[in-house]
Design a binder for this molecule. Structure first.
Ligand code: UD1
Length: 426
């Protein structure tokens, strides 16, 4: 398994190009299952979850083609697809494979998808996806680890769905299922994440009739069929936020190109509260300068537009370097502080009390061997390694490869000392 070796203490300076959003690209890819015509997607990040999703769609007989020499362009043609089942071997590495369920049942009237396994950051059930599909008339059984859904007359029917809890992929799944249902579907308490809105925009280009984009109430008027479309995926706000912290934590100065500052409002406000200087340099460009004096700030993760849970671990790395006590409250997932114990091993002062992490700073971090436990936790350990004294070795970087495009190359290009060690070298 690959590892990272990081030599801490370098100030980062330069320009970083932000990739397309993994969490917008994944639903966009499954949306292609809704039509027999080609769907052309631009700004697709080159990360492992995307290739896993490509393999999954190919397994369903969709044609997935990258446009060399532009590997960030993808064309998916789902002319004749099979809903025979998303196999567990693929699903277990990526929960987002559940996003095939809504499109398959809408297109074929039936679908069989392996239940995603447990996940390091919490139980993450799919009961809300299943319940909403049942409200739309689907007959659902879960047996032998698979969800099987069938629309009795081949089509789902519109329904009024009130999500008990805000769910991002749940909203996306039901949105896609509703595009070709009979009649109107209304989704209340829907997720408002920019990735959901990006999916709405793609579906509208494909001929779907959807109102309420960006709000918690989405109304979908089912149509007979959808057609092909061309779409550019939004920039990755979590990658952008991670690089903002990389600039700030190393005492450096970075320019981020190709980002969407409007999607980062809560993160920018919180970073400014700590003293980090950030300025917008045009519509898709941000400049970050380290704080003259970095001070503690409390953070509570919540659904968009509040501070994203996917930025919590990275913010914790920054908080270890801030003067004072930061209280970080995680409200979305029940077990998302695994990076804290690794940071403590590096010398951070962090105590966990249920859903709160209390971080006392500043602490001098020392490089050591640490273990990445999930995607964003691994990013936070990279950030800690960038500021630690000496060498940090991060194991299980396959987690980071799921969602960050060439992170070591992007960091090296702005002055970090980070290298990937392949098994033969370790
Ligand atoms: C998505 C993102 C992930 C992000 C998360 C929260 C993708 C591919 N992944 O994950 O990066 O961290 O949103 O912003 O877009 N829940 C249930 N029952 C369900 C569904 C969810 O109880 O049927 C709970 C979850 O356990 C969690 C909360 O609802 O506590 C939010 O989860 P959800 O928004 O569904 O996360 P994902 O869509 O899996």
């Amino acid at each position: 398994m690959d590892r990272f070796r990081i030599e801490g203490g370098r100030r980062l300076r330069g320009t970083v190009r932000i990739s397309g959003a993994k969490n917008a690209a994944l639903p966009a890819m499954t949306a292609a299952l809704l039509t027999a015509e080609p769907v052309h997607l631009h700004n697709i990040p080159r990360v492992r979850d995307i290739s896993t999703m490509g393999r999954l769609l190919a397994h369903m007989n969709a044609r997935v083609e990258t446009a060399e020499p532009r590997p960030t362009d993808l064309t998916i043609t789902a002319e004749k697809i099979s809903g025979a089942g998303a196999p567990y071997e693929l699903v277990r590495t990526m929960r987002a494979s559940i996003l095939t369920l809504g499109p398959l049942i809408a297109r074929l009237g039936a679908a069989r998808v392996s239940l995603p396994g447990g996940c390091a950051i919490g139980a993450r059930p799919v009961n809300l996806h299943v319940k909403a599909l049942a409200q739309m008339g689907a007959e659902i059984t879960t047996e032998h680890g698979y969800v099987e859904a069938r629309a009795p007359h081949g089509r789902l029917r519109g329904a009024h769905i009130v999500f008990e809890k805000i769910t991002v992929t749940g909203t996306e799944n039901i949105l896609m299922a509703a595009t070709m249902a009979d009649g109107e579907t209304r989704l209340d308490n829907a997720a408002r994440e920019p990735e959901v809105t990006d999916l709405v925009n793609l579906l509208i280009k494909m001929g779907a009739r959807i109102e309420g984009a960006g709000t918690s109430c989405l109304r979908i008027d089912g149509v007979e069929r959808l057609h092909g479309a061309t779409h550019t995926v939004i920039p990755d706000r979590i990658e952008a936020g991670t690089f903002l912290i990389a600039g700030a934590i190393t005492g450096g100065e970075l320019v981020l190109n190709g980002c969407a500052p409007g999607h980062l409002t809560a993160v920018l406000a919180k970073l400014r509260e700590t003293g980090v200087e950030i300025s917008a340099e045009g519509a898709d460009c941000l400049q970050v300068r380290a704080a003259k004096k970095l001070v503690a700030a409390d953070v509570t993760t919540e659904e968009y537009p509040a501070f994203a849970t996917d930025m919590q671990a990275q913010f914790m790395a920054l908080a270890t370097q801030a003067q004072g006590t930061s209280v970080i409250t995680e409200t979305i997932f029940e077990n998302r502080f695994m990076h804290a114990s690794e940071m403590v091993r590096m010398g951070a002062h962090i105590s966990i009390d249920g859903r709160q992490a209390i971080v006392r700073g500043p602490a001098t971090l020392e490089g050591t061997g640490v273990l990445a436990s999930d995607l964003r936790a691994s990013a936070s350990l990279v950030l800690a390694g960038l500021v630690a004294r000496g060498e940090t070795f991060i194991d299980r970087v396959y987690h980071i490869d799921r969602g960050y495009e060439n992170i070591e190359e992007k960091l090296s290009a702005v002055g970090a000392s980070i290298e990937r060690l392949r098994p033969a070298q370790t």
